[in-house]
Design a protein around this ligand. Sequence first.
Ligand SMILES: Nc1ncnc2c1ncn2[C@@H]1O[C@H](COP(=O)(O)OP(=O)(O)O)[C@@H](O)[C@H]1O
Ligand SMILES: [Mg+2]
Length: 400
Amino acid sequence: MRSAALVAEQSYEGATAGGTAVLSLSLRDFRNYAELHLRLSGQPVVLTGPNGAGKTNILEALSFFSPGRGLRRARLSEVSRVSGQPARRCWVAHAELATAIGPVAIGTGLAEAVGDEELAERRIVRINGEPAASANGLAEYLDVVWLTPQMDRLFVEGLSTRRRFMDRLVYGLDGGHARQVAAFERAMRERNRLLKMGGADPAWLAALESQMAEHGVAVAAARREALGRIEAGMALATGPFPRARLAAQGVIEAWLADMPALAAEEKYRAVLAERRGIDREAGAATEGPHRSDMAVWHAEKDQPAALCSTGEQKALLIAITLANARLIRARRQMAPLMLLDEISAHLDARRRAALYEELLALGGQVWLTGTDDDLFTGLAGQAEFFTVADGVVTPRAAFS
Ligand SMILES: Nc1ncnc2c1ncn2[C@@H]1O[C@H](COP(=O)(O)OP(=O)(O)O)[C@@H](O)[C@H]1O
Ligand SMILES: [Mg+2]
């Protein structure tokens, strides 16, 4: 039997003309898949099948090859397969990938709880067979970007969803952003805890506020920088997708428009010291980058995205995602893995053709889903086609 590493090695050369590609995917007890094994060539992958067949579940499994909670933001135990048997909480997703820095085998999942049922959920991550300390190690090998129907309401829903979307955009363009966000949140939680307890040592609070200021300003600066580059990237794009203006909106982001980072740090430190009483009352830090929003305007129409039609909003999201993917490719010398759930159905024929053309030019592996085979005729000969039915995935001869 050929080893996993050898298989990946052999298929590697052809598969990575500039992008990350999944060459094999195995799932066990993940959503409606008791067991799934797919071998792939590295080309774009098209999954078609009826509603509820398990298409999005496959994209969700792939989204767990990046740090965080996956594209449905599900808890780890939520995705483990529910069947007639007594519920088992563990699941596994494993893949062999070709990346710009070489082949890599990734495994992730939820391990069987040993003994104590109340044991906290812990995500297991293995990279090339070795246990990894956290899922953050995955980001060294690949970027995963996605667009799902749930994101259709991004511009009209609560700002936390938008802020998460914004930070995910930044993760792909700034390797230090995730660490800065985590460090800010750690210091903030600790300060919240001290304030709540009362009677905290002011020097200790001040030290935490210094950390919040340092990391918080870094977070805000990275957002400004990344959104600026995405906006510039969109301005250069040709084709039928709209251009957007983007802005990170928050107190610190606003300060950074007219003062250097060090001055903003000092100012935020002073704000935090001044607001200890207010923040204690509120039970939370009432100002900071954890409250920021992302503003998006349709550039040609000079209109906030929230006022645009549903179709225009979708087109804006696609344009932002494509611009982000191009910048990730430029930074990493490899296109991200792209998961586009039910995107094609929302586009007219001209935009659909333009999307496929751009995805093929990007050169990464894109996973597309839809209920209707006909949406994907434009990819005939340039993609692998699978039919998904009731948790079974079968290769489909494409448009013969
Ligand atoms: N934890 C789970 N265990 C078993 N089945 C699940 C679980 N979560 C979701 N499902 C099933 O997965 C199916 C939905 O799959 P999905 O990938 O969203 O379908 P679609 O092909 O429409 O994208 C539904 O039939 C749902 O009942
Ligand atoms: Mg779906």
